[in-house]
Design a protein around this ligand. Structure first.
Ligand code: DQA
Length: 143
């Protein structure tokens, strides 16, 4: 099984950005965590991060026929991007949404997720563990 993990804007600044909300661990350490989880489940994982909406749309389109699942933290685009929603719907690859923080307990503008409409499941507020749960969900070991 091949899973594409997509992280949106500012996730590359993990550790630096608002550590009280997103934690002190870096993006590099998130990548290591994801690869460890993938190895435990015999899954091949490719990770990409972009600060650009169109690049994320391009990555989703390019995933068609190449990946069996998508784990996506669209970051701020969660709350604004119909283009990312449409791309996920277009390719029809099973997708799981992840947020490090609990978007439902923060500012009201974070409570809306367009992307959720194209995802089978959302894990929010669990930090790095959300990515592990998403990968396990896609391999069928997490309800
Ligand atoms: C986030 C939550 C978003 O509201 C925010 O814009 C982010 C990160 C999270 O992982 O908690 O950049 O997706």
């Amino acid at each position: 099984m091949k899973i594409l993990v997509i992280n949106g804007p500012n996730i590359n600044l993990l550790g630096l950005r608002e550590p009280d909300i997103y934690g002190i661990k870096s993006y590099a350490s998130l990548l290591g965590f994801i690869q460890d989880v993938a190895a435990q489940h015999d899954v091949e994982v490719e990770c990409m991060q972009s600060n650009h909406e169109g690049a994320i749309v391009d990555a989703i389109q390019a995933a068609y026929g190449r990946f069996d699942g998508i784990v996506i933290n669209p970051a701020a685009y969660t709350h604004t991007s119909i283009a990312i929603l449409d791309a996920l719907k277009a390719v029809g690859i099973p997708a799981v949404e992840v947020h490090l923080s609990n978007i439902h307990e923060r500012e009201t503008f974070r409570r809306i997720s367009y992307v959720a409409q194209a995802c089978d499941k959302t894990f929010a507020g669990m930090g790095f563990e959300g990515y592990a749960l998403a990968i396990r969900y896609l391999v069928g070991q997490e309800e």
